[in-house]
Write a protein that binds this ligand. Structure first.
Ligand SMILES: *Cc1c(COP(=O)(O)O)cnc(C)c1O
Length: 405
């Protein structure tokens, strides 16, 4: 190790490296140090980790499409047909017919006029606020919005208002007291830590009352909520009232990568002119664009997949709370936080579940407030009844053993 360091470290100042070392020590002593867990198989319901077969309950693979044969075949064909990469941003020579086709498929799915593709939804969020808003405008953001929304807002010069999580009184107060040319309300559709859903019906009412626009980040909701998977706006039956939707192809929709903004055509056109992650970053890989179109084809033809996801979600939630666990979130949300109490309980619980072959993640302080440690389960339409029952049984066994229930 010493010799290795000698070869690869420069021999004068190590100031930055030492600072990093100290920061890592701090993170470790706070208990927040993250260790990557390494899968030895494709992403699926049954995976291999540390040479052990596990049932996976912690992926964003809500429709079980990550290793879907149809997607693999289309992507493989797309790779041969369209080549590996674009070597260009979109506006120079990085747009192929498949990128335009995918944008049309996205618009059609969300019933919007136009769409713009990014390599990730993080990029969509990073680019949108600065491109659309000026210091004359104001943005109203839920306190628990995703990190990429927070960063995107930081990059813009609009007035910034953060309202308490899901708190419509607080939002109204802030809308009422703020003078601005454009008022833009932004919220996650589904919040991934607490498994709750933004009350879009109420947000729409406030937007009408205070002449505001609405941007919803549907990353955990597209392909998840609603009878046909159109997300939170469909769930609340307010699709027309939502001005802008940002979402990802990296979760329910195949779990590959790619993000997008969809909405009014002038908004999308302005983003193509001004959004920096769009203008200054490479195009989506052609075969991923091809795969994305296949995802929209698959979900258009299979409404039953959303019904199955919803039934499994309700079944799991009912069984787990029936066992005496305290769970958070909306009963239609496949993200199920199961509360365990103190930090040590969460760590022990996670390890016991792992030995039962159930793969779940534990969150404890400082990621969530002290004393609110939890494991987060994510249900997928790819889980069979047997998978669900095995997980429920493990929760019962370990819950009793650790005296949580
Ligand atoms: C995951 C997520 C993103 C980032 O999506 P990527 O396409 O993986 O960059 C953005 N917003 C929310 C709410 C998310 O959950």
């Amino acid at each position: 190790m010493k010799a290795f360091n000698k070869i690869f470290s420069k021999n004068y100042s190590n100031k930055l490296v030492n600072i990093c070392k100290n920061s890592i020590e701090d993170i470790k002593s706070s208990g927040a140090y993250k260790v990557e867990r390494v899968l030895q198989t494709p992403q699926s319901m049954e995976i291999l980790v540390n040479n052990k077969k596990m049932l996976n309950f912690c992926a964003n693979n809500y429709l079980g499409l990550s290793d879907d044969e149809r997607l693999i075949n289309v992507a493989e064909f797309g790779l041969k047909e369209w080549g590996y990469g674009m070597s260009s941003v979109r506006f120079i020579c990085g747009t192929q017919t498949i990128h335009k086709d995918l944008e049309r498929a996205i618009s059609r799915f969300h019933k919007k006029e136009d769409s713009i593709l990014y390599v990730s939804c993080f990029d969509a969020n990073a680019g949108i606020f600065e491109a659309l808003l000026t210091p004359e405008d104001a943005v109203f953001s839920d306190a628990l919005n995703h990190a990429s929304i927070i960063d995107g807002i930081r990059l813009c010069k609009a007035q910034k208002q953060r309202y308490n999580h899901l708190d419509m009184n607080d939002l109204e107060e802030k809308l009422k007291l703020t003078e601005a040319r454009v008022k833009l309300i932004v919220t996650d559709g589904v919040f991934s830590m607490d498994g709750d859903i933004a009350p879009l019906d109420k947000i729409v009412n406030l937007a009408k009352k205070y002449d505001a626009s609405i941007l919803v980040d549907e990353s955990h909701a597209t392909g998840v909520l609603g009878k046909t998977g159109r997300g939170t706006p469909e769930y609340f039956n307010v699709e027309k009232e939502i001005d802008i939707i940002n979402s990802t192809l990296g979760k329910a929709l195949g779990g590959g990568c790619g993000g997008y903004t969809t909405g009014n055509k002038e908004i999308v056109d302005l983003l193509r002119q001004k959004s920096r992650p769009y203008l200054f970053s490479n195009s989506l890989l052609p075969f991923v664009a091809k795969g994305g179109m296949e995802v929209f084809r698959i979900i258009r033809d299979s409404e039953d997949i959303f019904q199955k996801l919803n039934e499994s979600t309700r079944f799991f939630r009912a069984k787990i709370s029936g066992l005496g666990f305290k769970i958070l979130g909306n009963f239609d949300c496949p993200i199920v936080p199961i509360m365990l109490g103190d930090e040590k309980a969460a760590i022990d619980f996670g390890m016991e579940m792992e030995s039962e072959g159930i793969y779940v993640v534990g969150f404890s302080y400082p990621v969530v407030p002290k004393g609110q440690a939890r494991v987060r389960v994510q249900i997928s339409a790819g889980h069979t009844k047997e998978h669900l029952e095995k997980a429920i049984k493990a929760f019962e066994t370990i819950g009793k053993k650790t005296k949580i229930i």
